[in-house]
Design a protein around this ligand. Structure first.
Ligand code: FAD
Ligand code: DLZ
Ligand code: SF4
Length: 507
């Protein structure tokens, strides 16, 4: 007879996870399940599957070494769903209670809520304490605000946790936000940038690679040269490496892009943070301990984790399930095939998709201003765009992917996360990267076959959505330019866009 059957999900791989607290090694058991449905509900990148399964198997081994009884179902002989596997394991173990930490995804929470009825055993869903802000606290904050601005939330969190605050209660350096200093282009002769730490696959990971190769051969992405860490110790090494080598210049080049620099000065830590191998508090503490780092880098980095990451999670739980169903611009086009293959003449898109195929990674500005911006101005259906992001990035879990894609990038929520759509023409991409110099299209050209498609699609987007956007004060310049445009020019933009979109979005 088992007292508690404690379930640990694939993104709950933290020694401090709430469900493991107060566990009794003698009469409690832990259940971890690799299941087919979780691996296939979207076309997950093969490297993402390897990361999650390998990290789960390592975590289970660790727990066993500490004396816990772990029941583990591997993907090769597992059930289709969490529920099926749970029913099977409840018959074997006859627990008095099931304990699980609040899951990261709404879909999974709905599944868990049905368990009590199905297995006829009480189910206790305990809070996920790994975040700085819990779901109720965010709800309270949101209820007190007219607009849910990240900046206001972030300042509240800085004060609450006394992070980067001086002795007078003011922000260190005098300003709350150094975003303005986070927008440098990479100079021409920049010094070599140290790459993120590559971890060599051990025997557990090698077995997982074989399992994924055998079971999910048609999934997106390249599984060769798997280099992610799969344990807490690996993740700590990666964190230290980032702080030593890239944190200092993280701030100035946060928005830069470069063809031969997939990672630039980014941390590449979301893959570890999101499955629990690192905890946000631990990451921020370590970053703050490092001396002599410019304020725009420390604040810039803290803002991403204490600000954006927590805010995005809050928005997700505040607004689901309705959030995912909105489509403010009524965007209907199909996601072009090149999002999966990288086969396009647009050099910026080709680069971002190819590195995604290889590494299941792109940094924020590539996701927002290249692949995201394109899908916004090309009017791609938000559900298809969100499914793509959820599939292709190793760090993608719906709670963080959805508000970033649906809200921040596509403005499909009508302006909950962003105050205006992040639409940009080729000019912005050319300013922030070196993609355009090797592109078949001409970034300086506004119309015609060899003009940069971002140029006419940008104006076409505002012409199409004029009614919904023209009263937005942040878009005043855009619409005053549109007013000055001749009829002929508008027609040309619309024709170029139509022809291009027909070519790329046919199924
Ligand atoms: P860094 O640039 O080094 O940033 C440090 C950390 O801050 C990240 O590891 C991450 O934990 C956090 N962070 C930074 N920006 C954000 C943000 N906007 N929202 C939440 N956390 C943030 N992030 C995910 O973790 N999972 C996703 O599925 C995801 N999908 C995205 C989809 C789109 C369309 C966009 C525009 C952004 C998305 N992001 C997502 C946010 C961001 O792009 C990634 O967190 C970041 O690129 C991860 O790389 P990094 O660890 O090198 O980040
Ligand atoms: C993403 C994912 C995958 C691919 N596989 C599993 C799995 O087999 N077992 C598991 O426990 N979790 C997996 N996950 C994570 C879940 O799909 C889901 O995102 C999280 O549990 C958050 O609710
Ligand atoms: Fe991208 Fe346009 Fe530049 Fe080509 S010219 S790389 S399509 S922005």
């Amino acid at each position: 007879m088992t007292r508690n059957l404690c379930i640990v999900l694939g993104d709950q791989l933290s020694q401090n996870i709430t469900s493991l607290k107060n566990l009794r090694k003698e009469d409690d058991k832990i259940l971890m399940m690799e299941v087919v449905n979780e691996a296939t509900y979207v076309n997950h990148h093969k490297k993402k599957l390897i990361l999650i399964f390998s990290a789960m198997r390592h975590f289970a081994e660790d727990l066993k070494k500490q004396g816990y009884t772990v029941i583990y179902s591997k993907i090769n002989n597992s059930s289709n769903t969490f529920t099926e596997e749970l029913v099977k394991q409840c018959k074997n173990t006859k627990p008095k209670k099931i304990v699980i930490t609040h899951p990261g995804e709404y879909r999974v929470l709905q599944e868990i809520k049905k368990w009590k009825k199905i297995v006829k055993i009480p189910v206790s869903i305990v809070e996920d304490e790994r975040f700085f802000c819990n779901i109720n606290e965010f709800e309270k904050w949101a209820a007190s605000k007219k607009e849910l601005k990240m900046e206001t939330f972030y300042q509240m969190m800085r004060k609450k946790y006394n992070i980067l605050i001086d002795e007078n209660g003011k922000p260190q350096g005098g300003k709350w936000n150094y975003d303005i200093k986070n927008r440098k282009r990479l100079p021409k002769n920049y010094p070599s940038i140290p790459k993120p730490l590559e971890h060599k696959p051990d025997n557990i990971t090698k077995q997982v690679i074989e399992d994924v190769k055998g079971k999910f051969p048609k999934h997106f992405g390249n599984l060769e040269s798997f280099w992610f860490g799969t344990t807490h110790q690996d993740a700590i090494k990666s964190l230290n490496e980032f702080i030593e080598n890239r944190l200092e210049l993280f701030g100035p080049y946060e928005d830069a892009m470069a063809q031969n620099e997939k990672f630039l000065y980014h941390s590449v830590l979301s893959i570890y943070l999101n499955i629990g191998l690192l905890e946000p508090k631990q990451v921020i503490d370590k970053v703050l301990q490092k001396k002599n780092i410019p304020v725009e880098s420390v604040e810039g980095f803290v803002r991403q984790i204490l600000g954006w990451r927590e805010y995005i999670r809050g928005i997700y739980w505040l607004t689901m399930p309705k959030y995912s169903e909105t489509n403010y611009f009524n965007a209907k086009n199909n996601l072009p095939e090149f999002y999966w293959t990288g086969k396009t003449d647009m050099n910026c898109m080709k680069n971002c998709v190819n590195q995604t195929i290889q590494d299941a990674y792109a940094h924020h500005i590539q996701r927002l201003m290249i692949t995201g911006n394109f899908s916004l101005i090309a009017g791609i259906n938000p559900k298809q765009v969100c499914d793509w992001y959820l599939s292709v990035y190793a760090d993608a879990f719906e709670w963080v992917e959805l508000p970033n894609t649906h809200g921040m990038t596509l403005y499909a929520d009508g302006g909950i996360v962003g105050t205006k759509p992040y639409a940009a023409s080729g000019n912005y991409i050319n300013k922030m990267s070196d993609y355009c110099k090797d592109c078949k299209y001409d970034v300086k050209k506004k119309e015609g076959e060899d003009a940069c498609p971002f140029n006419y699609l940008y104006w076409n987007f505002f012409l199409t959505n004029k009614k919904k956007l023209e009263n937005n004060p942040r878009l005043w310049t855009v619409f005053s330019n549109i007013k000055k445009m001749s009829k002929g020019k508008r027609k040309q933009i619309q024709n170029d866009s139509k022809n291009f979109l027909i070519q790329i979005t046919k199924t």
